[in-house]
Design a protein around this ligand. Structure first.
Ligand code: DAH
Length: 345
């Protein structure tokens, strides 16, 4: 029996070494320890023929061999399973060190960025921000702002008229100053309101003109407001927008809804007044118009100019935006060319 076992063990060892697939290993199990036709199972059955003495030792040896066979096959199957798993891990490998893919997120338009900055300044100075209508009657666009009947701004060559007659004719507003009237009709003084928005004029588009552009209007009305308040406010506004060293100058000018009226210039944010390309060597940049609210305008909204006074100022955002970002054509701001807009993300 011992000899036979030695032979069986050698045979099994050789067959185990030759098994290269899981199917080979499973076949080995059937062949050696299968319940019905396994070689060792068959050998077990012969034990009955032996004497009790011999049976005891032979039985023990046979069991030992059986355990060896079973654990040999188990080890092999475990090895195959481990190899399969390792191969799968390699096949499905993800390189976590690769840089991620950038998700293209939207961002705000440069005009909107500038508008937000300006709104923040107004808010920090105690102004309410109003969003006003873009379609206005002739009354709000011109008459209530003391703009005379024969003023060229009223001409259809300047203003986009829509429908209607006389004072209720609708047009696309040509200035955010229309907000002044709405604000004073809605609230009583003291009031501080700022309104950013789009305005429309029949201009031929070129590098510095567009039929649609953006303005911001500020209005303050209270008792005892003077030109000094206007100057102080504008100076502070300009310093907050362009930096503490920025200087302001007022040039007398005429706007029908203010008296006196002035145009505002500020020292160039690029060269600080020395003269450069941005300010066309003058050291100054035009910001917009301003003035003390005309008594006729106050009377029109039932505010007594003997008791109250106020100031207003308005500035254009488009040219300012172009200067700040070094654009040589404001039309870039309206074309929605993604290659241009992406520079501001
Ligand atoms: N509305 C004027 C324009 O579009 C700008 C302006 C001038 C606004 C004087 C004002 C002002 O508030 O007081 O040209």
């Amino acid at each position: 029996m011992t000899e036979r076992l030695t032979q069986l063990r050698a045979e099994f060892t050789a067959e185990l070494a030759a098994a290269v697939t899981e199917a080979d290993a499973n076949a080995l199990r059937d062949r050696w320890v299968g319940r019905k036709a396994g070689l060792i199972t068959a050998e077990m059955k012969t034990l009955g023929k032996l004497s009790p003495e011999e049976r005891k030792t032979a039985g023990a040896q046979l069991n030992e061999l059986k355990t060896e066979v079973e654990s040999g096959i188990d080890d092999l199957l475990n090895r195959f399973a481990a190899e399969r798993e390792a191969a799968q891990l390699i096949a499905e490998r993800i390189d976590v060190t690769l840089p991620g893919r950038r998700i293209a997120a939207g961002h705000l338009h440069p005009i909107t960025l500038l508008r937000h900055r300006i709104e923040d300044i107004f808010v920090s100075m105690g102004y309410a921000i109003e969003d006003d209508r873009e379609i206005e009657t002739t009354f709000y666009n011109f008459t209530s702002l003391n703009i005379p009947d024969n003023h060229p701004a009223r001409s259809p060559q300047d203003t986009f008229y829509l429908v209607g007659e006389n004072e209720s004719t609708l047009s696309l507003r040509s200035q955010t100053s229309t907000m002044q009237i709405h604000a004073m009709q809605k609230r009583r003084p003291p009031l501080r309101v700022a309104a950013p928005g789009r305005v429309f004029r029949r201009d031929t588009p070129d590098a510095t003109h567009n039929p649609m552009f953006y303005q911001v209007e500020g209005l303050l009305v209270d008792k005892g407001i003077t030109l000094g308040d206007l100057k102080g406010t504008v100076e502070e506004f300009v310093r907050r927008l362009f930096g503490p060293d920025t200087k302001t100058r007022f040039r007398p000018s005429y706007f029908p809804f203010v008296e006196p009226g002035a145009e505002i210039d500020y020292t160039c944010f690029k060269c600080h007044g020395d003269g450069c390309r941005v300010c066309k060597q003058s050291g100054w940049i035009e910001m917009g118009g301003s003035g003390m609210v005309h008594p006729n305008v106050l009377r029109g909204v039932n505010i007594d100019p003997e008791i109250y006074s106020g100031f207003a100022f308005g500035l254009g955002l488009d040219r300012l935006c172009a200067l700040m970002y070094g654009l040589d054509d404001i039309r870039l701001l309206y074309e929605n060319d993604v290659r241009f807009l992406e520079q501001f993300s």
